[in-house]
Design a protein around this ligand. Structure first.
Ligand SMILES: [Zn+2]
Length: 279
């Protein structure tokens, strides 16, 4: 571990030398400072670079500390809050003592009632019809205007298995909603912008919300479905704009701004709140 002093404070860092040409500074989520430097670069130059970016490093470290404190820790208990399209839902675990077939039947019996509350919920989500269709699914997860219900077989599971089962059910629910919602929005903006991706994939990506390939496909992180629709729109437009500019140049951001005039606010929202979109 190396260190340098800034404003009387000692900042420890890990130095990684490799065959690169420039100095790169990364702050990891758990608050480690990693300096990547060219193999033979003298230490004075590394110190100089650190000096220059010290304020930024300090700020980043502070941000990571705050995030660690607020870190989402899921317990999958009743009344715990979950988000779908920016709206908050309280988890309601519905236990069922019967066998699997009967649980399914139990779910179906309630369907008319569920459908009714779903239509109320989705009109609140401003007519995003695809979401409405996908809200009831076969994984025994459904929502009404303020609750997220997960039906489980109470007899079968110990606490940890139960927790995992509920997590998996909610994850499937999110993925399905993400696929439907994202595809509809991609279509909408494609027409709008005259840019048509060949393929849209929804999957889990550790650090990214979205990416696009030069071959014309877009990948979106399903966890984004927890964020408000206008934030999702920004990520989609961002990726579509990469088909015009495969970089983050001035021209690229001008293109984004044409479709999302307040994109800066949305970027900021993602930076500040993105870590809350976790399961
Ligand atoms: Zn980008």
């Amino acid at each position: 571990m190396n260190n340098f002093v800034y404003n009387g404070k000692e900042i420890k860092y890990i130095l990684k030398r490799s065959r690169r040409k420039t100095i790169g500074i990364t702050i990891t989520e758990d608050g480690k400072v990693i300096i990547a430097a060219p193999v033979n670069l003298k230490k004075v130059y590394i110190d100089e670079a650190l000096e220059k970016r010290a304020k930024w490093i300090e700020e980043k470290l502070e941000l990571m500390r705050e995030r660690q404190i607020k870190k989402v820790c899921r317990k999958f208990e009743n009344e715990e809050k979950f988000h779908l399209l920016g709206k908050e839902y309280s988890l309601k675990i519905v236990s069922c003592l019967k066998n699997h077939e009967e649980i399914r039947a139990f779910g179906d019996n309630e369907l008319s009632e569920i459908k009714c509350s779903i239509s109320k919920a989705s009109s609140a989500i401003n007519g995003f019809n695809k979401v409405k269709e996908s809200i009831y699914n076969r994984d025994h997860v459904y929502i009404d205007s303020g609750n997220l219900y997960v039906i489980i077989d109470n007899n079968l599971y110990d606490n940890e298995t139960r927790r995992q089962y509920i997590r998996e059910a909610i994850k499937n629910f999110y993925v399905k909603n993400a696929m439907n919602f994202f595809k509809e929005r991609v279509e909408f903006f494609s027409k709008n912008m005259g840019v048509y991706p060949k393929k849209v994939t929804v999957k889990e990506v550790k650090t990214l919300w979205g990416s696009c390939s030069s071959k014309g496909s877009i990948t979106l992180n399903w966890k984004l479905v927890m964020a408000p629709p206008h934030i999702i729109d920004y990520v989609i437009v961002h990726e579509l704009c990469h088909f015009r500019h495969m970089n983050h140049s001035k021209d690229f951001w001008m293109e984004v701004e044409k479709v999302i005039p307040d994109y800066k606010y949305k970027r900021k929202w993602l930076k500040e709140n993105g870590h809350l979109c976790k399961l």
